[in-house]
Design a protein around this ligand. Sequence first.
Ligand code: UD1
Ligand code: UDP
Length: 363
Amino acid sequence: MTEVITLFGTRPEIIKMSQMIPLLDKNFDHRFVFTGQHFSREMVEIFFDQLKLRKPDSILTPHAAETAAIVGSDYSVLIPSIAKELKNSKAEYVIVYGDTNSTLAATLAGLQYGKKIIHIEAGLRSYDKRMAEELVRVLVDHNSDILFTPTELTSSFLDKEGIKESKYIVGNSVVDATLKYLGEAEKTSKILDELKIKKDEYILVTIHRAENVDKPEKLMRILRALAANGREIILPIHPRVKKRVMEFGFKIPDSIKVIDPVGYLDMLKLLKNASLVITDSGGVQEEAITLKVPCLTLRETTERWETISAGANFLVGTESQLIDYHIKMVLNTELKKKIQQIENPYGDGKTSEKIVKILKDVI
Ligand code: UD1
Ligand code: UDP
């Protein structure tokens, strides 16, 4: 059996790889390593539990949690422990996902020890090099041996950069998890009652991009714009934002209901029943179109262009007038009804199966 090693270490990667790990276990001599980039219970364990993902064969501890909470997880901090893992591994292939520090660190260490790189969710481009994630995408794509892209558009971005071989269009595995757990979330999550909110009567917000939250003026501008809107806002707060709010000595306006990060079942319930989602997250843009919830993206650019051209997602930047204008545009029109007709550009929830089937044929 071919030896394969998968490495990842953040919340979205756990969600997006959750349906693939059992299939890799079944079909390959597979080792699964968690890089430890994310480490808090509400960012890690709750997702392993709810998505019934088996324990990793190895959980790296690149930094003490207290240190990470202060200095963050620069990719270079992650490399030594990953390199130790790969140095002793006989695996021919390393699987990495997406565009995080873990993706880059595992790719660089993999290359150093002569591994072939398999990149899942390849080809995404925001064309904004100020985003740390964009650099990771480009570097990892150009050093991968096998690439899985979600859509024709992302595959065409790779063509344009001269990457024409060994790439496959397979959809996005976030849909696998979303569709699998939506029913259970609708049935078992009590989050709407707990927060005393009703279907279609609140806006769900998630923010965490460094470009939006690391500068006090910008973070405050976004939070004020959201608060001024007068509608019920629910904000599960990402640890990066919690840390910044404390550092900056802010008080988040009272009209925003700030809650701890929620597990996947509560998140799906909150998303599915929101009148609108406002976000700068990549995964949430994909889930919004999957669940047919209108989305406003607090960025000037995105790498999820398919959601924009489908008419389900709007790039609104971070200026308060634009945020306010778009909220009204979505809530005061028939947009939500229209979005119900949109076909999901990210596939039918069978991406993990497709990827493993292709891998069985080619490696
Ligand atoms: C990372 C990814 C980003 C992804 C996001 C998903 C990179 C460059 N960025 O950003 O692409 O969208 O994960 O959520 O890899 N923290 C905790 N507990 C945790 C995780 C983070 O307290 O479990 C705090 C720490 O203070 C840490 C900070 O959040 O310093 C930032 O974490 P980090 O992993 O560096 O980046 P994210 O903002 O999470
Ligand atoms: N998510 C969650 N609970 C939360 C916030 C987000 O389960 O409190 C999920 C969300 O549904 C999506 C993923 O986390 O599947 C997105 O992660 P994040 O926004 O941190 O990262 P990105 O997708 O931007 O890389």
